[in-house]
Design a protein around this ligand. Structure first.
Ligand SMILES: Cc1cc2nc3c(=O)[nH]c(=O)nc-3n(C[C@H](O)[C@H](O)[C@H](O)COP(=O)(O)O)c2cc1C
Length: 324
């Protein structure tokens, strides 16, 4: 029996638009789902659990309406929950996910069987973020349905391991869904993720530069202007290593000395401070190097599909050339 969920085969592209703090909301999510890829957002993008529930209702209503009007089934949507003792909203937000039967839950920081059991109670799926093998083993023990492998160069809280090694190492013992994250900006990158052994590609930075994201025009321009070397990896902004646009650090007056400091993470008291930091210091991955526009989600997904198809066709041509 396949251990991979059936929705993967119904997508227009094997891709998830990753949840992004202060960037993703209902518009981005629903446009992704309508165009055949998974749309997601962090629960903490709403300041309260009440606000979070409003977004859940808005997304479900919009997607139901789309299905009724077009007869097309939208892709499932997902919510990111920070599973950390300092997140005071965790219990209330899980209850809302259960109440509204959120199809996919993405857990960050902690993988706990209590969350997995709650989501499985209504048939939901849990995918968990990891940056190293040890975290993957713990998440497997907690019973998650899939792992999101956050490799080097990713936007947000990123790892340091090369994607090829990370996928190969985790696939040795984890046989459920593998999702690869980090610098996936083009349709060819999605095809490469599948070649490496992933079932799905997880794309963050690329979706900042869409009409439906909440990012400012200045932020989007900074991504267009950035090369891989303009992205800085530091723990000094939020206590966990993350990638930021160097130009935004400079504009905020952050010095080399500041970048060496480690801050303590706290998603309760510090959420406002964290939000203030991420509002002025902009996160993006090294994949910015391959982003040179900002377009509506529908156009982006259409371009990604064309690039993906052409990359796979090129692979078939390579096969004709080499197995001699
Ligand atoms: C601005 C920004 C904010 C992010 N916020 C979150 C978040 O709140 N929760 C989360 O699980 N991941 C977050 N991430 C990480 C993404 O979900 C994803 O792992 C990453 O963007 C993938 O790498 P890429 O940006 O190179 O495509 C964020 C990434 C960015 C760029």
């Amino acid at each position: 029996m396949s251990t991979k969920p059936s929705f993967i085969n119904e997508l227009a592209l094997p891709a998830i638009a990753a949840p992004m703090f202060l960037i993703s909301g209902p518009k981005l999510v629903t446009e992704c789902c309508k165009n055949g890829i998974v749309g997601t957002f962090p629960a903490l993008n709403q300041r309260t659990s009440e606000g979070f529930e409003e977004w859940l209702i808005e997304i479900k209503t919009e997607l139901d309406k789309f299905e009724k009007e077009t007869g097309k089934k939208p892709a499932p949507f997902g919510v990111n929950l920070i599973v950390h003792p300092t997140n005071p909203r965790l219990e209330a937000d899980i209850k809302l996910c259960v109440k509204h039967k959120v199809p996919i839950i993405i857990t960050s920081l902690g993988a706990v069987s209590m969350v997995v059991d709650a989501i499985h109670s209504y048939g939901g799926l849990v995918f968990h973020d990891i940056i190293k093998k040890r975290h993957a083993e713990k998440a497997q023990e907690a019973g998650v349905d899939g792992l999101i492998l956050v490799a080097a160069g990713a936007g947000g809280h990123a790892g340091t391991i090369n994607p090829m090694t990370l996928v190969a190492e985790v696939k040795k013992f984890f046989h459920k869904t593998i999702i690869l994250s980090g610098c996936i900006s083009t349709g060819r990158d999605i095809a490469s993720a599948l070649q490496m052994g992933a079932d799905l590609a997880y794309m963050g930075t690329r979706f900042i530069n869409t009409d439906e994201s909440k990012a400012s025009d200045e932020y989007k321009k900074m991504i267009i202007d950035a090369g891989a070397n303009d992205v800085v990896y530091t723990a000094s902004i939020s206590g966990v290593h993350a990638n930021f646009l160097g130009a935004s650090l400079k504009a905020a007056g952050i010095t080399e000395e500041d970048l060496k400091k480690d801050t303590k993470i706290d998603f309760g008291k510090e959420l406002d401070t964290e939000a203030k930091a991420w509002k002025t210091i902009w996160s993006a991955g090294q994949g910015s190097a391959m982003i040179d526009n900002s377009v509506p989600v529908a156009e982006l997904i259409s371009d990604l599909k064309a690039e993906f198809k052409s990359a796979i066709e090129n692979q078939i041509m390579v096969l004709e050339k080499y197995p001699k």
